[in-house]
Design a protein around this ligand. Sequence first.
Ligand code: FAD
Ligand code: NAD
Length: 479
Amino acid sequence: DRHPDPQFEPDPTKKTLVILGTGWGSVALLKKLDTENYNVVVVSPRNYFLFTPLLPSCTTGTIEHRSIMEPVRTILRHKKAAVKFYEAEASSIDPDRKIIKVVDNSEIQGATCETEIPYDMLVIGVGAENATFGIPGVREHSCFLKEIGDAQQIRKKIMDCVETAAFKGQTSEEIERLMHMVVVGGGPTGVEFAGELQDFFEEDIKKLVPEISPRFKVTLIEALPNVLPSFSKQLIDYTENTFREEKIDIKTKTMVKKVTETTVEAEISRPDGGKEHVVIPYGLLVWATGNAVRPIIKDLMTKIPAQKDSRRGLAVNEYLVVQGTRDIWAIGDCAVAGYAPTAQVASQEGNFLGRLFNNMAKTEDHESRIQELSSRMNLQSGNSAEAAHEIERLEKQLRRIKDIKPFRYSHQGSLAYIGSEKAVADVSWWNGNLATGGSMTYLFWRSAYLSMCFSTRNRVLVLLDWLKSKAFGRDVSRE
Ligand code: FAD
Ligand code: NAD
């Protein structure tokens, strides 16, 4: 026997807007949205927003994980009208019945852990999952770097490898393996993580566990001829040279084919066109080969005929409406709008939808007032001049509101930390592009990310973490 939700009696005069996810896209939308205009419901298995650009720094304890998390409840508290939040995963979407099924997959579940939520309007911002390309052993043996739990697991494993390598009587071969940290994928995630890891070693582990430190090694494996394919050539060279100086081994043109509990098996493309098979023993393996489509998105794509040719996510039009639907929008990494899957794109898309929905509500409000005034004018001719004037004013406003330009992404530049207090940046500068790398860029990277943090609280915490790890070193306790 189900009880109606006592805290949420939807206003029947308003449309129900359901938002899936609490990542970059959905939170930017929530920030912009006038929640008074809709019955807003947010569904996400994560009850916090995560500032992903600083996630690689959490793997080594340069930054503590809670410093880059912002609870959704705090974000929603500041909205004008109440927003309902359910910590749950959307398991399927029925675009015909306009209903989503949600499941509470968290550790603690009540008697009701599965339900349905009807929507008038749906925004999908569920992001993407980790790509493994079906390579055997990846899911079982490697760590990913996408969520807070991943960063915590990596932090724990690094120290486990170090302490196990330092165990009495450990064989030389085993020490070599345990101290070998392998990163697969030379995109920005892999590069930033490799840089952070080498810093951790140079600044802390070397001092604290000197007896095994000569064996510590980071290897970055990339299938393409170079790392950071989306950055300019000059910055790719700068990164590769810096890595060489930092003694990070870069293996390009090397495609991982199989992973076991202790080894990575890869195929190297030689300059003569031949292939070489290598087996690389590792202690820690971090897999960062980009995004794959989430099952809920794949499932929805099969239900919409217009999506049959989509491969990388939900194809959307220039207003971010999912092609083949009328009341579903998609933003961020799960949408294909012709842009890279980045936080910058997701947050601009969310912001755009916020403005669009605010405008749509104003449009409806104006239209009903115009209708009301016109019918009053027809009934009583007394105040008709005044009413006509008001109608004219409203119609003028309406034309302006209705004139919403399609979404256009404005690229602010790309930034990545590469270790030893150096960063690379491709930024727009006076109508041109500026590609810079080095210590000044690192200061720019730090100040840019600090200013982008979600809240003042996050900003203060991140700043204190930076100061703390500089002054006292990173905390190497294995929790
Ligand atoms: P996400 O931010 O991933 O959010 C998805 C949300 O959906 C989450 O809250 C998730 O819990 C929720 N969700 C998942 N499944 C369901 C479901 N079934 N039902 C309901 N909710 C669900 N980009 C940059 O521009 N600059 C950077 O410096 C940068 N650094 C990065 C560093 C790392 C380590 C990583 C992993 C990514 C980085 N990115 C960066 C990329 C950026 O984080 C993503 O592009 C961005 O998070 C995409 O936003 P999103 O809202 O689509 O998805
Ligand atoms: P990515 O898709 O950018 O890079 C993955 C890399 O893995 C590719 O270069 C690919 O060639 C390689 N690869 C794939 N399969 C392989 C295999 N079997 N063996 C070896 N190499 C293999 O992934 P990412 O770095 O996770 O980034 C995902 C998205 O997030 C991108 O859009 C990126 O721009 C964004 N991001 C941005 C930043 C930043 O701006 N600082 C940081 C992290 C992520």
